[in-house]
Write a protein that binds this ligand. Structure first.
Ligand code: ADP
Ligand code: MG
Length: 252
């Protein structure tokens, strides 16, 4: 029996007269990497905002881990196990890397269980150091994000999502601003997250990255899902080729 951990049904969100996400239905299986591609403005980031609870849907339904979540506050979705990064890594410029990880990690300790939990600075610091090591920034906790390379910043942004202990991780354009060699390292890094038993939904423009990383790929165009299949089939799908007509896939 397939285990679905995320499911949307006719999910829609309009801004004024514009249907940014239009009747999108899909299901994500436990432990898969589910890729989302599509031209700029296709509605990919809006879809993430609906899943993470940044925006309410206009219509439709979202379920995660057996719960209806589309009206649930963002914080509760985080406790349920949904972690996300933002398209342009949003970090506090004046927080050191260590402080950024610590404050991101504290998000999972709020709520009733969090209030009752004794403050344990030593174990929080220990956890922060372990994550620092996992994201390849060991010994760099006192640096500012501006002192990192683009790849290191992306890894920090992902580390800040991982430290909330998600079962489902949403990554929005993790290859943004990276050069080709860095994209390869990012690919290996995301694969190492997957090995930890975390299901990943990833949006990215870089087709080669997505083809290599994803078990299945959903293609969006003008708010709609136009294809959902394994990477090989997506590459030869006529609807997909038409959606990218005039500009080759992965060019933006
Ligand atoms: P993608 O991430 O695929 O590039 P987005 O989800 O960011 O696409 O945007 C989809 C469409 O919705 C675009 O036309 C965008 O201008 C519009 N849009 C996104 N967010 C908002 C918002 N908060 N208010 C108004 N329009 C928005
Ligand atoms: Mg986007």
């Amino acid at each position: 029996m397939t285990e679905w951990i995320l499911s949307t049904e006719n999910l829609s969100r309009s801004f004024g007269g514009l249907a940014a996400v239009d009747q999108v239905s899909f299901q994500v299986k436990k432990d898969e990497v589910f890729g989302i591609v599509g031209p700029n403005g296709a509605g990919k980031s809006t879809l993430f905002n609906l899943i993470a609870g940044v925006l309410p849907p206009s219509h439709g339904k979202i379920e995660a881990f057996g719960h209806r979540i589309d009206r649930m506050p963002t914080q509760k979705r985080c406790w349920l196990g949904i972690g996300r990064t933002f398209q342009a890594a949003q970090m506090f410029p004046t927080h050191t890397i260590g402080e950024s990880l610590l404050s991101a990690g504290s998000a999972k300790h709020r709520g009733v269980a969090g209030w009752l939990r004794p403050v344990d600075l030593k174990s929080d610091r220990q956890e922060m150091l372990e994550f620092l090591d996992f994201i390849g920034l060991a010994g760099m906790e006192d640096l500012l994000p501006s002192e990192l390379t683009n790849l290191q910043q992306q890894k920090l942004a992902i580390g800040m999502a991982l430290i909330t202990d998600p079962q489902l991780l949403l990554l929005d354009e993790p290859s943004g601003g990276l050069i080709e060699a860095e994209v390869l390292e990012l690919l290996a890094f995301i694969k190492s997250i997957r090995v930890r038993g975390i299901t990943i939904v990833v949006i990215d423009h870089k087709m080669r990255l997505m083809m290599n990383l994803s078990d299945r790929i959903m293609v969006m165009s003008a708010g709609k899902m136009i294809a959902l299949d394994v990477p090989k089939k997506i590459a030869s799908d006529v609807n997909v080729q038409n959606a990218y007509l005039g500009r080759p896939a992965g060019s933006d």
